[in-house]
Design a binder for this molecule. Sequence first.
Ligand code: CP
Ligand code: NVA
Length: 308
Amino acid sequence: MRHFLDIHKTDRADLRGMLDSARAMKMARDGRPHGAPDDAQPLAGRMVALIFEKPSTRTRVSFDVGVRQMGGQTMVLSGSEMQLGHGETIADTARVLGRYVDLIMIRTFDESVLLELAEHASVPVINGLTDRSHPCQIMADILTYEEHRGPIKGRKVVWSGDGNNVCASFIHAAGRFDFDLTFTGPPQLDPEPEFIGQARSEGAAINIERDPLRAVEGADLVVTDTWVSMHDSQSTKERRHNLLRGYQVNEALMAGAKRDALFMHCLPAHRGEEVTNAVMDGPQSVVFDEAENRLHAQKAVLRWCLGV
Ligand code: CP
Ligand code: NVA
């Protein structure tokens, strides 16, 4: 069973193969309208369940469109409307869904929900974001980086801000795709040491630098994300903003990176908080390419999971 649960749990060659497949499928569409099918229909006859226990724009639409382009069908389910949100166990939910659908993508809070679903489902499960990681996003981000600048291997990526779920998947990817990652942010919001240790054990240089300007020296890519994630209590907002204010990605910070450095953000962005309009809309920003590439990268993930 091929689940796509996290980048550091997926074979290196398979990850690289997915990016190659994503690029090929993107090229093959050759500018046709988004609603038009791909020439190849590898998901014909397949039903995919997309479960959301948190809000989503990109993940929801890109998975739905991607499955349809490849000839499959989708059903979008909200956790609160399922029995899952009303006491049915995750294991039983998994056993039932496996009798109806060919693949499950889930966006949830606690990672244990994802893992339990994968353990008990007889079909592949894809992680569409948990409190702890967001692997589909980083597959799209690496695809995007390499489209613009060539191989990410050996490059320096700087994460500025909260050491959150998206940051975690970047750290996982550093180990698997052989790039270096510097985290700059307050110690209270450091990424999980377990993830740092794992990436280091695979040979990635993972550094922590409290001074954002020193952190971005020599950076090929600067990345940030919202200061308050969906799993963070709104009551922590003020504290988090106070801790993170110095890590905003603005023109002064970008000027400290390499001249050809790119800027990425998984979106949704809070303009004027973690990133300024000038950077979001500036020449180094590839945020909308990242959003587009969610579609192409996830199509490759779906095919890999289903072996088609
Ligand atoms: N980047 C991302 O996952 O966006 P959504 O929350 O809109 O799905
Ligand atoms: N860190 C953000 C990412 C949203 C795509 C969150 O979890 O809310």
